[in-house]
Design a protein around this ligand. Structure first.
Ligand SMILES: [Zn+2]
Length: 190
């Protein structure tokens, strides 16, 4: 699946907005990404899961592990396409853990799957969960890589799209300077 085809699915489902946005971090940006909106459509989720499975099958994963909540839906689809189980890690207090009876052991080759990788920090944290259980982490996959740091990730990463979106401090935002109306995503009536 080509990068533009993936972005088209995002645009069609309103998961990639272009304009002038105030992000939850307080920074401004000309694009806003909400992958849950593309994954709400089963056929899109399935197509994205298949595309990631094709790129990661050579790693011979025996299980997909995703961080909750963002990684769960795409993790499920990748696991289904690969024919392996899909589990997730979730946060209790501040620590990411396997709960609900999910387990990994030394016989497992783990593929970490997320919807969007930003810095790679949550990917690395998820890999640590698998390693702590004695499993081998074979690699990581994401629909969108927003500019992760390979050194920080320290894993082979497969992403369908690499999309680095510039962000601006409100007092030096060129979109503000042009007088473009600022939108807080999720707060619009439409
Ligand atoms: Zn602005």
């Amino acid at each position: 699946m080509e990068q533009e085809a993936v972005l088209d699915l995002f645009r069609q489902s309103g998961a990639l907005l272009e304009g002038h946005f105030r992000l939850s971090s307080g920074l401004h940006s000309d694009r806003y990404l909400q992958s849950a909106l593309v994954l709400q459509y089963g056929e899109f989720a399935e197509a994205l899961g298949h595309a990631l499975a094709e790129r990661t099958r050579h790693l011979q994963p025996t299980v997909v592990l995703s961080p909750a909540l963002g990684g769960i839906v795409i993790g499920q689809e990748v696991g289904r396409a690969l024919g392996v189980r899909a589990i997730f890690a979730e946060r209790q207090e501040k620590t990411l853990l396997l709960r609900r009876g999910f387990s990994l052991d030394a016989s497992d080759r783990v593929l970490i799957v997320e919807d969007v990788i930003t810095t790679g920090g949550s990917t690395r944290e998820t890999a640590v969960v698998a390693e702590a259980a004695g499993a081998l982490v074979a690699g990581a996959a994401a629909i969108i890589d927003r500019g992760s740091d390979p050194a920080r990730l320290a894993l082979p990463l497969q992403a369908l799209v690499r999309l680095e979106v510039p962000t601006y401090q409100p007092d030096s935002c060129p979109l503000c300077a042009k007088g473009i109306a600022l939108v807080k995503p999720g707060s619009r009536a439409s």
